[in-house]
Design a protein around this ligand. Structure first.
Ligand code: NAI
Length: 334
């Protein structure tokens, strides 16, 4: 088929294959001109490849330029370094974009949440650069660079400008980490001066968490370094119904990997009850990225229709639908 784009598909671990199969079914029902090339990554493929991030998977994403990825598991304390961190570093996917929006009929404390989390994806403590100095003493390195901070700030302001958002909040802990977070803030301020039409403010990360819980409408686009972005993303997910609802994209200069915010959900894996919405919304973001806006809107509208009708929903939202039943309803709504 002419103009068919190849998308690398990485199922991942836990609920990954379940939500991925559901999402691919919807994309196929949409008849988008996409071809799916399946590649492996994650804890469950280590025995086969001796690594959780096979070289051929990275090569495939470099070739296709676009991947749809399920979550990959990482052992707590010990084990191999995270496949996610590896993928983001090797593809230089420097920005993580996570739109957090209320969905009709998903009952939460707030009805009008509309936040954008822009997370730096390559450095800070989340890079996991740590070593044992002597037994009982560990050093973990927080590297913050002007280059990475400037480009994530620019990504945040550009996003705000392109999408008509009014305000960017630089999130930090520069009262304590005066040099590292201080540099991050300096970069946000400098970039912000180039966008006089967009309001810029700064909030200390702990205060941000409290303010978000009290009144999420106070914020718009938030720009955060890696670790704060990781934590605040989950907090924001909780404001709109949980991790089953929030999509994400990891974007670099030449490649982009679309994946939900959630992890492998070991507690429900294999039961066929995971909520595929987050990965499906990530696929919507992918379609937009690929300039397939019409298909993106059809998929997004179908999701809103299913939620709008309020009949079919998965267990995480208080319903009893299985992943398959939810997906069937969505395909019927297309
Ligand atoms: P998690 O996101 O997997 O689960 C947290 C809670 O949310 C669980 O109760 C789970 O059942 C629920 N949940 C998550 N996604 C859901 C969905 N789609 N539908 C219904 N319920 C859902 O977080 P956790 O337990 O901290 O991490 C588990 C593993 O996932 C870890 O190995 C972690 O490293 C990995 N992880 C991977 C990510 C990725 O690949 N992008 C992101 C976050 C975690």
């Amino acid at each position: 088929m002419a103009n068919t784009r190849t998308v690398t598909v990485i199922n991942g671990d836990g609920i990954g294959p379940e939500v991925m199969a559901a999402t691919i079914r919807v994309l196929e029902a949409l008849k988008v001109p996409l071809e799916f090339e399946h590649k492996d990554a994650g804890a469950e493929v280590v025995a086969k490849y001796g690594t959780n991030l096979p070289h051929e998977t990275v090569e495939a994403v470099l070739r296709s330029g676009v991947a749809l990825k399920g979550p990959t598991g990482t052992v707590v304390g010990g084990g191999l370094p995270s496949a996610n961190v590896g993928l983001r570093k090797r593809l230089d996917l420097y920005s993580s974009l996570r739109p957090v929006k209320s969905v009709k009929n998903v009952k939460t404390r707030y009805e009008d949440v509309d936040l954008i989390v822009v997370r730096e994806n390559t450095e800070s403590l989340y890079a996991g650069l740590e070593h044992i100095i002597v037994p009982g003493v560990v050093e973990s390195l927080k590297i913050i660079t002007e280059k990475a901070s400037t480009r994530i700030a620019r990504f945040g302001f550009e996003y705000a400008k392109k999408h008509g958002r009014k305000k960017v909040t630089g999130v930090h802990k520069a009262n304590i980490m005066k040099l590292s977070d201080g540099l991050f803030l300096d970069c946000c301020r400098k970039v912000g001066r180039e966008y006089p039409e967009i309001q810029y403010e700064e909030v200390i990360v702990d205060n941000l968490c409290m303010q978000l819980v009290r009144d999420p409408t106070r914020f718009d686009v938030m720009v955060l370094e890696n670790l704060y972005g990781d934590i605040v993303s989950d907090l924001c997910a909780g404001l709109v119904g949980g991790l089953g609802m929030v999509p994400g994209a990891n974007i670099g200069e030449r490649t982009a990997v679309f994946e939900a915010v959630h992890g492998t959900a070991p507690d429900i894996a294999g039961k066929g009850i995971a909520n595929p919405t987050a990965l499906m919304m990530s696929a919507v973001m992918m379609l937009d990225y690929l300039d397939m806006g019409e298909e993106a809107r059809r998929m997004e509208n179908a999701l809103h229709k299913v939620y709008g009708e309020g009949k079919i929903r998965t267990g995480d939202l208080g319903g009893s639908a299985t992943t398959r039943e939810f997906t069937d309803a969505l395909i019927a709504a297309l």
